[in-house]
Design a binder for this molecule. Structure first.
Ligand SMILES: Nc1ncnc2c1ncn2[C@@H]1O[C@H](COP(=O)(O)OP(=O)(O)O)[C@@H](O)[C@H]1O
Ligand SMILES: [Mg+2]
Length: 235
């Protein structure tokens, strides 16, 4: 099932959190959304601490804040930032976001809408805080910049991300029942049996705000098309 335009628009316009245990389908879902948004007029930045080659398709791969900055100046629409695998990664992301916000204040960038997706966001948050995350989730939306925070457990997500994100996408999770209740997710508890069933992997539970939650079928992933398929016109 392809992601509806309505969900893509919601991700473009308001902050999102995407939660699910390892291999529950979070990154695939977000990559799919970013690809679709990138094909429209939205600019995207995918922050990939795992340096996963499967997501090279999401843009020009950069390893330093200066490389990202260069690409931003070139108006490269889709960028992948691979921070270093050390403690430096936090400072690296802070710098990238600082440079990006600086540019977005200049006239040439005023109309650019950008979605910044941060995979394994817990790796960038120290003692509950992150300069980059705070910037995106507090002043980003007013500048046309929205965040997508991805992490494995709800507990790993900082409070700002959770409370400032109208869009919440929950894949299979292991968070404890009392924790779910503390996040006003009592209604998810009765759904967990469904999500824990191997038959239903990659399904997710979501809201785009307004208190309405729904279950959603797995997004269809774009397998590389064979030559034959490509040469046949299906329309
Ligand atoms: N909607 C889907 N349909 C088919 N396969 C999927 C889907 N979502 C994820 N997968 C597969 O499951 C595996 C884990 O997905 P991934 O997105 O990396 O999970 P996570 O980011 O939660 O660890 C990958 O091999 C991916 O190709
Ligand atoms: Mg992932």
């Amino acid at each position: 099932m392809a992601l509806e335009r309505r969900i893509l628009d919601a991700i473009r316009d308001r902050h999102s959190v995407v939660i699910g245990m390892t291999r529950s389908g979070k990154t695939t879902f977000v990559a799919n959304a970013l690809e679709r948004l990138g094909a429209m007029s939205t600019h995207t930045l995918f922050v990939d601490p795992k340096h996963d080659d499967a997501f090279v398709k999401l843009g020009k791969v950069c390893y330093t804040p200066m490389q990202v900055y260069e690409q931003l100046l070139l108006k490269q629409k889709n960028i992948v930032y691979r921070p270093p695998g050390t403690a430096e990664r936090i400072a690296g992301l802070d710098r990238v976001i600082e440079l990006l916000f600086g540019l977005h204040k200049s006239p040439g960038f005023k109309r650019v809408r950008r979605v910044i997706a941060i995979d394994e966001i817990q790796l960038f948050v120290k003692k509950g805080g992150s300069k980059a995350v705070e910037m995106i989730w507090t002043i980003g939306a007013g500048m046309g910049i929205t965040g997508v925070a991805m992490t494995q457990r709800m507990q790993l997500l900082n409070e700002t991300c959770w409370s400032q994100s109208d869009n919440k996408f929950i894949f299979r999770i292991e968070d404890r029942t009392d924790y779910l209740k503390s996040r006003n997710l009592d209604h998810f508890i009765s759904q967990q049996e469904f999500f824990n069933d191997e038959m239903n992997k990659y399904w997710f539970y979501f809201t785009t705000g307004g208190g309405k939650w729904k279950t959603h079928k797995p997004v269809s992933i774009n397998k590389p098309k064979s030559r034959r398929r490509l040469s046949l016109s299906r329309w």
